[in-house]
Design a binder for this molecule. Structure first.
Ligand SMILES: [Zn+2]
Length: 256
C-alpha cells in the first residue's frame, strides 16, 4: 500500500499541470479545490486506517500458520474489571497483552504488578489517552509515551516494547514521536467494538465470530461487559479449534 511520503510526491507532481491549467490557461479554480479535497481525504483515510501503514509500520496480525490468535486489552488497568479479566485468563491458561494508560497504571500499581506476574505483557497506550492526542505536537506525544514507559518500567522493572495508538489513529507527529522511543506499534486485525455494547453484547459477539488464525483481537478491560464478552469469546475461539498465543510470540513467528 502507498505510504505518506510517496503519496505527497505523487500529489506534488500531479499539482503542477493543474496549477498551470488554472493560473495560465484560465481553467476553473474548482479543479484545484477538488484536487486539494482529494488530497486531504487520502490523508484522513490513511490516518484512521491503522492497517494501511500509511505513516509508519504497525503490526496488525500474526502468522496464520500458527493456528493461533492473540488477545489485547486496551484502556486499563481498571480496579473493578481488570482483576476479573485476569481471573478468567488464569482459569483458561491464556496469556494476553494489556495496553495500559499511564495515569491508570500510576493509580493501580498492584494491578500492574499482578498483570506482569501472571505472565501477560504490558504495553504503552499513552499517559492521558486524551481525546485530543492526535492533535498534540510530536514532542508532547513523545513526553506522554515516555512518561508511561517510565511509570510501567518503575513498577515491573521490565522494558516496555509495544505501543498502541489511541483510537488506532496515526499521523506524521506520532510517527516522529515513535521513532524517538523505539517502541513497536501494534494494531489489530479484529476489532470487537466492545465499547459500543452498552449492555447488549450481541453485535460484539457477531464480530468476534469472524475470528481467524493470526488475528490480533482488540478488546477493552475497562467496560462492565468485558468479563462476559471474554468468557463467550473463549468458547467461540475453542469451537474453531484455534489456540491462544501471547502477542510477542504470535508476531515474532515468521519474522525470524
Ligand atoms: Zn484506547
Amino acid at each position: 500500500m502507498i505510504n505518506y511520503t510517496k503519496y505527497c510526491i505523487i500529489f506534488f507532481f500531479l499539482s503542477i499541470p493543474l496549477i498551470i491549467a488554472v493560473f495560465w490557461l484560465n481553467y476553473s479554480w474548482l479543479i484545484l479545490l477538488v484536487f486539494i479535497l482529494l488530497f486531504i481525504t487520502g490523508l484522513v483515510i490513511g490516518s484512521i486506517n491503522i492497517r494501511s501503514d500509511f505513516y509508519f509500520k504497525t503490526m496488525c496480525k500474526g502468522n496464520n500458520q500458527t493456528n493461533s490468535i492473540s488477545l489485547t486489552f486496551d484502556d486499563g488497568p481498571n480496579q473493578n474489571i481488570t482483576p476479573i479479566i485476569l481471573n478468567i485468563l488464569k482459569e483458561n491458561g491464556i496469556k494476553a497483552c494489556f495496553f495500559c494508560i499511564g495515569k491508570n497504571a500510576e493509580q493501580n500499581i498492584e494491578l500492574i504488578k499482578r498483570i506482569d506476574s501472571e505472565g501477560h505483557i504490558i504495553g504503552n497506550h499513552t499517559y492521558s489517552h486524551s481525546n485530543n492526542f492526535d492533535l498534540f505536537s510530536s514532542s508532547k506525544m513523545k513526553n506522554e509515551i515516555t512518561k508511561t514507559n517510565y511509570t510501567i518500567q518503575n513498577i515491573i522493572n521490565k522494558e516496555v516494547k509495544y505501543f498502541r495508538p489511541p483510537y488506532g489513529v496515526t499521523n506524521p507527529n506520532l510517527s516522529k514521536a515513535l521513532k524517538k522511543t523505539n517502541l513497536i506499534s501494534i494494531g489489530w486485525s479484529l476489532r470487537s467494538l466492545d465499547t459500543t455494547a452498552k449492555g447488549d453484547i450481541t453485535n460484539t459477539l457477531k464480530r468476534l465470530e469472524k475470528i481467524k488464525a493470526g488475528n490480533i483481537v482488540l478488546l477493552h478491560d475497562n467496560i462492565t461487559e468485558a468479563p462476559e464478552i471474554l468468557e463467550k469469546f473463549i468458547t467461540i475461539v475453542r469451537a474453531k479449534n484455534l489456540k491462544f498465543m501471547r502477542l510477542d510470540e504470535l508476531i515474532s513467528i515468521g519474522l525470524m
